[in-house]
Design a protein around this ligand. Structure first.
Ligand code: NCD
Length: 321
């Protein structure tokens, strides 16, 4: 007798982080994303599973690709999608986060996609609304859809995640992208190395089940994927690096440093990039090594998959399955 393969269901009300997702749920989201990658390459891109629903992008921090890709994802799923940014909201007039949440909630949105500079703020907001909430980045805590799109990019290139060596390099201390990626990749059986100066690493980071390197030569040796992170100057109070010139010398990725990685290793960056600070400009544009624009492409598909999957946990949100 063969055991029947049960399709993992996705019954979460919100997507607040990779924490709380099982490997099966992560695989389910990645598999669902694959179908949207194909659909997004067609002339007709609509799959109106959220027709008649309302999605609000609520961004308390600037964003280009995340906000745009959620907007496209919502529209391609048939939802009415609007963008609210802090510049045009009542926040500037002193309204609290909870007031904003309750005000928007009164308008019956079906999904709120929220980015906020404080870790934990998106969860707090989710506790005060009836609709589904997706975390589009909260402080240095989590950015789950970025980790999912990174995983999809890696899986499409390498065919798997398990057993791969992934080096995450740079400003790990301030990075929600790093945190969500560490959780996802270790959960899926990849070997994660963090490569950074001690000043840019959180304390006790080994507890996450990662290897720590302070030298790009050992950190990148034989790795499959090199994921570069932006130096997040806006989150730094005080001096974390001597100068951006010196930082590039020791931790900036260029052809020379990449030589120790596997010959077919791929370079990633979530964007926005500081060219010449954490990554050499020509290398970032070299499509034989860099998959940075694939990450952007797959970001839309992953967000469509997450929106569709959340509708499974909200019978009122999507068509009943
Ligand atoms: C990241 C973010 O905002 O956390 N960008 C993104 O979502 N593509 C990384 C960053 O800002 O450096």
């Amino acid at each position: 007798m063969y055991a029947e393969r049960v399709t993992p269901s996705f019954r979460h009300r919100h997507l607040l982080g990779i924490e709380g997702l099982t490997p099966d749920e992560i695989s389910f989201l990645l598999d669902l994303s694959e179908s949207y990658v194909e659909l997004n390459r067609q002339a007709e891109k609509k799959n109106p599973v959220l027709r008649g629903r309302t999605l609000i992008n609520l961004f308390f921090e600037t964003s280009t690709r995340t906000r745009t890709s959620f907007e496209l994802a919502g529209k391609r799923l048939g939802a009415d999608t609007i963008n609210m940014s802090v510049q045009t909201s009542a926040i500037k007039k002193g309204e609290t986060l909870i007031d904003t949440a309750m005000t928007l909630n009164a308008m019956h949105p079906d999904v709120l996609v929220v980015r906020h500079p404080e870790s934990g703020a998106v969860k707090l907001l989710a506790d005060h609304v009836n609709c589904a909430v997706i975390n589009a980045g909260d402080g240095s805590h989590e950015h789950p859809t970025q980790a999912l799109l990174d995983a999809l990019t890696i899986r499409r290139r390498r065919g798997r995640l398990e057993g791969l060596i992934v080096a995450i390099c740079g400003d790990i201390l301030h990075s929600r992208v790093a945190r969500s990626n560490i959780l996802l990749l270790t959960r899926m059986g990849a070997r994660v190395r963090l490569v950074a100066p001690p000043t840019l690493l959180p304390s006790a980071v080994e507890a996450f089940g990662v290897e720590v390197h302070h030298d790009m030569r050992t950190g990148l040796a034989d790795c499959d994927i090199v994921m570069m992170l932006r130096l997040q100057i806006e989150r730094m109070q005080g001096t974390y690096v001597p100068s951006t010139r010196e930082y590039f010398h020791f931790f900036g990725l260029d052809d020379e440093k990449l030589k120790v990685a596997k010959a077919d290793a791929r370079v990633m960056h979530p964007g926005p990039m500081n060219r010449g600070i954490e990554i050499d400009s020509a290398l970032a544009d070299d499509i034989t090594r860099s998959v940075i624009l694939e990450q952007v492409e797959f970001g839309v598909a992953v967000r469509q998959a997450c929106l569709e999957a959340l509708s499974h946990g909200h019978p009122e949100l999507g068509p009943k399955l």
